[in-house]
Structure formats: C-alpha cells, structure tokens
Design a protein around this ligand. Structure first.
Ligand SMILES: Nc1nc2c(ncn2[C@@H]2O[C@H](COP(=O)(O)OP(=O)(O)OP(=O)(O)O)[C@@H](O)[C@H]2O)c(=O)[nH]1
Ligand SMILES: [Mg+2]
Length: 318
C-alpha cells in the first residue's frame, strides 16, 4: 500500500449496545457478512464482547457486539453488563439497537412482561448514554414487524431523549436500512491504518468460537428446559494429520436434573446438539471436525473464577 493510500484509510471501534434480544448480534453478523456472533430467540445470548470486522471502502470498523444491558442480579449478569459498558467507553461510535416492535407494544400498553423489560432496558441504555455524555446512533430494529405509521411516532419519542445524533430504521434480519447505518458509522471512524487484515472477519479464538457455536445449539434445542444454567468450554483442540480437527468440549450445567435434560432420552439431545454444532463448525472452519461433547455438573459454575476467565469476563466486576 502506498503512503497516499494509507493516508486515506480509516479505522475504529463501534460498540453495539441494547437490551437483550434487540438484534445486536444479528446486526453485527449482517454488517460483517459472516456469522461472528451467535443468535438465538432467547434473551441474554451474548455473554461477552465479540468483535466483528466490517469493511466499507477504505474504512475498517471493528464492531463490538456486547451482552444486552439489563438490570443485573446474578454475578454473571453483573459481569456481562460491566463488559457491555466497558466496550462502549472506548468506542468511536455507539449504536443503540432497539427492538421497535417490543418497544411499540410496551408503549401502547399491550405488551408482555418481556416487552416491558425490553423497554425498561432500552431506557436504561438511554440513561447510561446521558450519564456518559455520549451521543449514539439509534438503530430502530425489526421494522419488518411494524407498520410505518407506528414507527414514526416511536422514532420521534426516542429521538426526543436527546441522546441520539441520528436515527435509522433497520431490519437487521432482512437487511433493510443496514447499509445507510453502516455508512453513517463509517463516516465517524477516525483516519488511521486498519487494525486487522482486510480479510479477517473476527478475532475470536477458534476454541472460544467453537464453544459459542455449541452453546447456540444448546439454547436452540433445550431453550425451554435449560436456559442460562449452562455454559460450554472447549477442553482440547487437536489438529490431525489428515487435515481434520478433533475438538473436545464440556457442557457444564448446575444440577444433576439438568444433566439428564441435556443428555435426553438415550443421549438423544446431546447427540443432536453435537451433530448440529459439528456441521456448522465444519462449514466455518472449512474442514472435517470430530466433536466430542461431554456433560458435567458443576453446581456453582456461575460463581467460579475460572469459568469467567475462560470467556474474558471479569469475575470481580460481577
Ligand atoms: N423480525 C426480525 N427479527 C429479528 C431482527 N433482528 C433480529 N431478529 C431476531 O431477534 C432475535 C434476537 O436476535 P439476536 O441478534 O440474538 O439479539 P441480541 O440483541 O444479540 O440478543 P442478546 O445477545 O441476548 O443480548 C433472534 O431470534 C433474531 O432472529 C429483525 O430485523 N427482524
Ligand atoms: Mg447477542
């Protein structure tokens, strides 16, 4: 790259904040153009900040997907919230993702408890932005679920909080509006050399990514029975001579009864989870994967320092 080209490059960080389930990870994946962060229909899917790299022309944006900001009770929750705000503190731009449909239902009084919780969390983010004296870009998401005439008053009401520099209506899932938002984010990146090679989509270590993919499959398969009392760790990663990789993982649960659920009748559940995870890992890694998945009971994993360090969360912040 010549000096003149280097001078034209921009690079920086964008923190993606918002209530659980607002669509933050979906948005990050859409902008990166690859799956870097797991997505489920459950709240509190993302547990630690995940970086995805998005290129727009000569601008590189490192998108920091954060855990949903919510009222923290347990240690794990508190550590997640602290990580989210830490991700925002150093960012060149903050994007606040709001589930427009949930917000609309909560405001019109017809919402469920989940809708009201989402709206309260959105308000909490607004409060945090105000306190930090940071202007954010508002990404009013899931507009595919809402008629336009309900959208405009909602956008106006949120804009009136005064914490937004600009408002965008998007559907992270369908892709509409995502380009305009990315353009606005890129324009806010400072001049400077790129932080990652242009072809790199994420900086998550492979072992951690593999654990995340399996955790997504656990959530998708066992969502009703086994919500947040589980975590996945990669114990061993062995490159084999034939080009394939052997991955050993443990799914930790908190009680013997949960282990039973995770295994399923005759081991059916864990087998299906393993098969789904292996298929996706083969796609991501572009080679054969041998996945060995164990289930262990660790009563207090959510109180163990090592479990936090494994995913880059600060135990003492929790
Ligand atoms: N209809 C619709 N659904 C969406 C859209 N964006 C995301 N979703 C869905 O909303 C759910 C939550 O998406 P995620 O991307 O996991 O949300 P998140 O904000 O990362 O959630 P946490 O990690 O739990 O904080 C998933 O089922 C998505 O498929 C959208 O634009 N339209
Ligand atoms: Mg997420």
């Amino acid at each position: 790259m010549s000096d003149r080209e280097a001078a034209a490059t921009r690079a920086g960080f964008a923190a993606i904040l918002g209530a659980p389930n607002a669509g933050k990870s979906t948005l990050v994946n859409a902008m990166v153009g690859a799956k870097v962060s797991i997505v489920t229909h459950k709240v509190q899917t993302t547990r630690f900040p995940i970086r995805g790299v998005a290129m727009r022309g000569q601008t590189q944006m490192v998108l920091v997907d954060t855990p949903g900001v919510f009222a923290p009770r347990r240690r794990l929750d508190r550590a997640m919230v602290a990580a989210a705000w830490r991700g925002a503190a150093d960012a060149d731009v903050i994007v606040h993702v709001v589930d427009a449909a949930a917000e609309d239902r909560a405001r019109s009084g017809g919402g469920s408890a989940a809708d009201r919780a989402a709206a309260e969390d959105a308000a909490r983010v607004v409060g945090g932005l105000r306190q930090a004296r940071r202007l954010a870009l508002l990404a009013l998401n899931k507009v595919d679920l809402l008629p336009k005439e309900r959208l405009l008053p909602l956008a106006e009401a949120l804009d009136a909080t005064g914490v937004y520099a600009d408002v965008f209506m998007i559907s992270a899932e369908k892709g509409s509006g995502v380009d305009d938002l990315a353009e606005a984010m890129a324009a806010r990146m400072p001049p400077g050399p790129w932080l990652y090679p242009a072809d790199q989509a994420a900086d998550l270590p492979a072992r951690l990514l593999a654990a995340e993919v399996t955790r997504e499959k656990v959530y998708l398969r066992l969502h009703e029975e086994l919500p947040y009392q589980s975590t996945v760790e990669t114990d061993a990663w062995t490159e084999l001579k034939d080009g394939s990789v052997r991955i050993e993982q443990t799914l930790y649960v908190e009680r013997a009864s949960q282990r039973k659920i995770a295994l399923g009748k005759g081991g059916q559940a864990i087998k299906a989870i393993g098969a789904a995870s292996r298929a996706e890992l083969e796609e991501i890694l572009g080679r054969r994967v041998h996945l060995f998945l164990h289930v262990k009971v660790r009563e207090n994993w959510a109180e163990e320092r090592a479990r936090y360090e494994a995913i880059g969360l600060d135990f003492d912040e929790g």
